[in-house]
Design a protein around this ligand. Structure first.
Ligand SMILES: NC(=O)c1ccc[n+]([C@@H]2O[C@H](COP(=O)([O-])OP(=O)(O)OC[C@H]3O[C@@H](n4cnc5c(N)ncnc54)[C@H](O)[C@@H]3O)[C@@H](O)[C@H]2O)c1
Length: 325
C-alpha cells in the first residue's frame, strides 16, 4: 500500500514540484494551502491523480486542516509531514512583522500540532540560508550564534527550534533543509522575474538595483526536490540539519542581468542604481558550505549559473516575461 504525505504549501512553487515527485514515487499527497501565494494552476497536473487531494485553507486553522488529514488518511498510513507553507516574500515581512509571525512561525507551530493529533512522527522542514544572517565566510551548519537580519529568517530559525524541541516527544525525527535561492518553473518572484518584467516593459535597457556585485548561490528546483527526498530517505538522524546546494558556485547580479539580456533582449543596456545592497533584509553576498550533504552522497546536477540559465528559459516558456507572474 502506498504511503500518504501531508504537504503544507503544496500549491506553491517548490511544494507543487515536491507533490509531483511524491506522486511519481507512487505515494499519495494531501496538500494544505490557503492559496495566499500559491495557485491552483501549479497543481493542475497533480490534481489529475486520484492520489492527490488539496485542502484549500489555512494551516493555522488546525481543526479544519486536521479534518482534511483524517479524511485522506482513512485508507493509507501517513509517512511524513513536509512543512513548506510560509511567507516567501521576505520584503512583505520586513514591512509587517505579523506576516512572518503568522505565516512563517505559527504555521510551523500548527504543523507540530497536526503531527501530535495524527501521530505523524517525521517532519521535513523547508528552512533557509536567511537563518545565518550576515556571518562572514562560507556558511556551514555548525556556524553560530545565528543572528538573522530579516523577520523571515528569524521566524525560520524559531521554527527550527520548535521542531527540534518536538523531537523530545511528538516527533521521532526532523529533517531541516536549509535552501539557498531556488529557481525554476512556477516560481513567482525574485530577481529573474524582476529582470524579465523590466525588459518586457523597456526592451532597450535594464535598470538593476545596486552595483551588480551582489552574489549568491542558486539551486534549480528539480535538484532541490531530489535533495529533499534524499534528506528524508537517505539520511537517518533524529535531527538532520543540512544546507542544500552546490556549495562551490554562485552567480552575481551582473551575470544574471547578462544572461537575461542575452536571451530576451540582446543589446539592451544595463543601468546600475549603485550601492552594494539590494533591499532591507536581503543578505547581498554569501557562500554556502554544502560539504556535509555532499559527503552523504547528494549533489545537485547543475551549477548555480547553469540553474539560472535553465530557469530563465523555463520562465520565458511559461510566460513570465509577459508579466504573468
Ligand atoms: N524559493 C526560495 O528561493 C526559497 C529559499 C529558501 C527557503 N524557501 C522556503 O521554501 C518553502 C516554499 O517556498 P516557495 O518558494 O515555494 O514559496 P511559495 O510562496 O510559492 O510557497 C509557499 C506556499 O505556502 C502557502 N501558505 C502560506 N501561508 C499559508 C498558511 N497559513 N496556510 C496554508 N498555506 C500557506 C502559500 O499559499 C504558498 O503556496 C517556504 O517555506 C520558503 O520559506 C524558499
Amino acid at each position: 500500500m502506498s504511503s500518504l504525505h501531508v504537504l503544507t504549501g503544496a500549491a506553491g512553487f517548490i511544494g507543487s514540484h515536491l507533490s509531483d515527485a511524491l506522486l511519481a514515487r507512487g505515494d499519495a499527497v494531501i496538500g494544505i494551502d490557503d492559496l495566499s501565494l500559491g495557485t491552483l494552476r501549479n497543481v493542475e497536473d497533480a490534481s489529475l491523480s486520484p492520489r492527490f487531494a488539496l485542502y484549500e485553507g489555512d494551516v493555522n486553522d488546525v481543526e479544519r486542516a486536521s479534518a482534511a488529514i483524517t479524511a485522506a488518511a482513512a485508507t493509507r498510513p501517513i509517512d511524513t509531514l513536509w512543512h513548506l507553507a510560509a511567507n516567501s516574500d521576505i520584503q512583505a515581512g520586513v514591512a509587517d512583522p505579523d506576516v512572518d509571525l503568522n505565516r512563517t512561525f505559527l504555521t510551523t507551530y500548527s504543523a507540530v500540532q497536526l503531527c501530535r493529533r495524527h501521530g505523524i512522527r517525521r517532519v521535513v522542514f523547508a528552512s533557509t540560508s536567511a537563518v545565518y544572517g550576515e556571518l562572514p565566510g562560507p556558511l556551514a551548519e555548525h556556524a553560530g550564534p545565528l543572528f538573522p537580519i530579516s523577520n523571515y529568517g528569524a521566524m525560520k530559525l524559531a521554527s527550527e527550534a520548535a521542531l527540534t524541541a518536538a523531537t523530545t516527544g511528538t516527533l521521532d525525527a526532523v529533517a531541516i533543509a536549509r535552501f539557498p535561492n531556488v529557481v525554476g518553473p512556477r516560481s513567482t518572484h525574485g530577481v529573474l522575474h524582476d529582470f524579465l518584467a523590466k525588459l518586457a516593459a523597456t526592451p532597450d535597457r535594464l535598470v538593476v538595483l545596486g552595483d551588480g556585485t551582489q552574489e549568491k548561490p542558486y539551486v534549480h528546483v528539480s535538484d532541490l526536490v531530489r535533495g529533499l527526498l534524499f534528506i528524508r530517505y537517505g539520511i537517518d538522524e533524529k535531527i538532520a540539519c543540512y544546507n542544500l546546494g552546490d556549495g562551490r558556485t554562485s552567480t552575481s547580479v551582473a551575470e544574471i542581468a547578462r544572461l537575461v539580456i542575452e536571451r530576451r533582449s540582446p543589446g539592451a543596456a544595463i543601468e546600475y542604481t549603485g550601492g552594494n545592497r539590494g533591499w532591507a533584509g536581503d543578505v547581498p553576498r554569501f557562500q554556502y558550505d554544502c560539504s556535509r550533504i555532499h559527503a552523504r552522497g547528494w549533489q545537485p546536477s547543475m551549477t548555480s549559473t547553469e540553474a539560472i540559465a535553465r530557469a530563465i528559459d523555463e520562465l520565458v516558456a511559461e510566460g513570465a516575461a509577459a508579466g504573468r507572474s
